[in-house]
Design a protein around this ligand. Structure first.
Ligand SMILES: [Zn+2]
Length: 93
């Protein structure tokens, strides 16, 4: 893919989810009467080259991802406003 815009404004699409889980060990704390589950695990899910993709990430990376996603949403909002404005000022009037 050709890079159209290249500047220091890291954005990201997709979403972050968290999960706690049980392991395979027989006598683990995650299988106790009051289970203490493993985790929290963080995952990023989104589209990469048209394929739905999931990546397991650290808490720190999840935090950075959320920051970039917020930036993306903000940029998208501004583009939507620009498009609205462009249509109001369309050349066919
Ligand atoms: Zn366990």
């Amino acid at each position: 893919m050709k890079t159209i815009i290249k500047f220091d404004f890291p954005i990201l699409t997709g979403s972050i989810s968290t999960a706690k889980s049980q392991c395979g060990k027989q006598n683990c704390v995650c299988k106790a009467k009051k289970p203490k589950l493993h985790g929290t695990y963080y995952r990023w899910t989104g589209m990469i080259a048209g394929r739905r993709t999931t990546k397991t990430i650290s808490e720190e990376v999840a935090y950075e991802c959320k920051k970039r996603m917020a930036r993306y949403r903000n940029l998208k909002k501004q583009i939507d406003l620009l498009v609205e404005q462009a249509l109001r000022n369309a050349p066919w009037k």
